[in-house]
Design a protein around this ligand. Structure first.
Ligand code: ZN
Length: 294
C-alpha cells in the first residue's frame, strides 16, 4: 500500500515527438497516485538520445502539462531552465563514470563490437546472442558498446509479474556504440538521484523495469530496488495500433486545438481507466476517484 508521505514519483517523458493522450494517461495516473498519499512529484525529461530530441518537443511537454494543470514539485520550470540545469546530454560524463566503475568491479560487464544488423541476422528475435562475451575487447567509443551479461534463468519479480530477462532482453546495452548512455542507464540513474520510490509507467516498459532492477542491484541502489512499480495498460490508436508521438489526432497538441479546455481529454482518460466519465470534470476528480492500488 502507498500509505506514507515519503512517496516520490516522477513524470519522465522523452521529447522525441509531440505528447499524445497515452502520455496524458500516464501523467494523470502518476499525479493522482502521488497526490493521494501526499507525496512528491518530479518532472524529468529523458533527452539522452540527442538525435531524436528536439526543442519543439521539449516545449510541448511544458505547454501541455500546463494546459492539463499538472503541477510538479521538482524539476525544470521551462525549456531554458531545462537546457541550463537538467539536460541528460550535459551529464554524459557523470553517467559514464558510473558505468566505468561498474565495469571495473564487475567482470560481467563487457565491450561489444556487434552492429544492430549483425545481431538481427544472428538472433532473429533481436535478443543478443552473447557473441562478444568471451572476447575481452577493449572499450572504444563509436567502435564498441558496453553490455552487461544476463545469466541464464535471470527472472526478476516486478510487482506481481516475473520477467525472465535473459530470454526477453539478453545481455543488454549499458553504454551505446555512439557513446551515449542507454535509456536504461540514464533513466535509472536519474530516478535514483531524485530518490524515486514509485514508478508509474506503461506496460510496454515492464522488461525495461526488470533490466533497471538488474543493474540497480549491481550498483547497490537500495531505494530504487525497493520501489513500487505500477505498469498500466497502454491506450491504443485506430485499429488497436500503438500511439505514436507524430502529432496526429491523438496528440495533445491537436486535441487542444479542438477542445477549449482539457475536460474532454479527462473524460477519455477516465473511460480508459474504467472510471465513470460523468464524474470527471477536472484533474482533481482523479485524485478522488482512482483506486490507490492497481
Ligand atoms: Zn557483440
Amino acid at each position: 500500500m502507498l500509505d506514507n508521505k515519503s512517496i516520490i514519483s516522477r513524470l519522465a517523458p522523452t521529447p522525441s515527438g509531440y505528447l499524445h493522450i497515452g502520455n496524458a494517461v500516464n501523467f494523470v495516473l502518476t499525479w493522482a497516485k502521488v497526490k493521494q498519499v501526499g507525496g512528491k512529484l518530479a518532472l524529468r525529461i529523458d533527452d539522452a538520445d540527442a538525435a531524436r530530441c528536439k526543442l519543439e518537443f521539449i516545449e510541448d511537454i511544458f505547454y501541455q502539462l500546463d494546459w492539463l494543470g499538472i503541477e510538479y514539485d521538482e524539476g525544470p520550470t521551462g525549456p531554458d531552465d531545462f537546457y541550463k540545469n537538467y539536460s541528460q546530454q550535459a551529464k554524459r560524463d557523470y553517467y559514464f563514470e558510473i558505468i566505468q566503475n561498474l565495469k571495473k568491479q564487475n567482470p560481467l560487464v563487457y565491450a561489444c563490437k556487434c552492429s544492430r544488423k549483425s545481431i538481427q541476422q544472428k538472433g532473429g528475435s533481436g535478443v543478443y546472442s552473447g557473441t562478444c562475451r568471451e572476447l575481452n575487447l577493449p572499450w572504444e567509443p563509436i567502435k564498441t558498446a558496453i553490455r552487461v551479461l544476463v545469466p541464464q534463468k535471470t527472472c526478476i519479480q516486478v510487482g506481481k509479474q516475473l520477467v525472465c530477462l535473459d530470454q526477453q532482453m539478453g545481455d543488454f546495452v549499458l553504454w551505446r556504440k555512439d557513446n551515449l548512455p542507454s535509456y536504461q542507464v540514464a533513466s535509472l540513474i536519474d530516478d535514483r538521484d531524485l530518490g524515486v520510490n514509485l514508478v508509474v509507467r506503461g506496460e510496454d516498459l515492464l522488461t525495461s523495469t526488470a533490466a533497471q532492477l538488474f543493474i540497480a542491484r549491481q550498483l547497490d541502489y537500495k531505494k530504487f530496488v525497493a520501489s513500487k512499480f505500477i505498469h498500466h495498460p497502454l491506450m491504443s490508436g485506430i485499429n488497436g495500433k500503438k500511439l505514436s508521438k507524430s502529432g496526429d489526432a491523438f496528440s495533445i497538441k491537436q486535441m487542444r486545438a479542438k477542445f477549449s479546455c482539457p475536460q474532454a481529454i479527462f473524460k477519455q482518460i477516465a473511460t480508459f481507466l474504467k472510471i465513470n466519465a460523468d464524474e470527471i470534470s477536472c484533474l482533481d476528480d482523479f485524485r478522488r476517484l482512482l483506486r490507490v492500488e492497481s
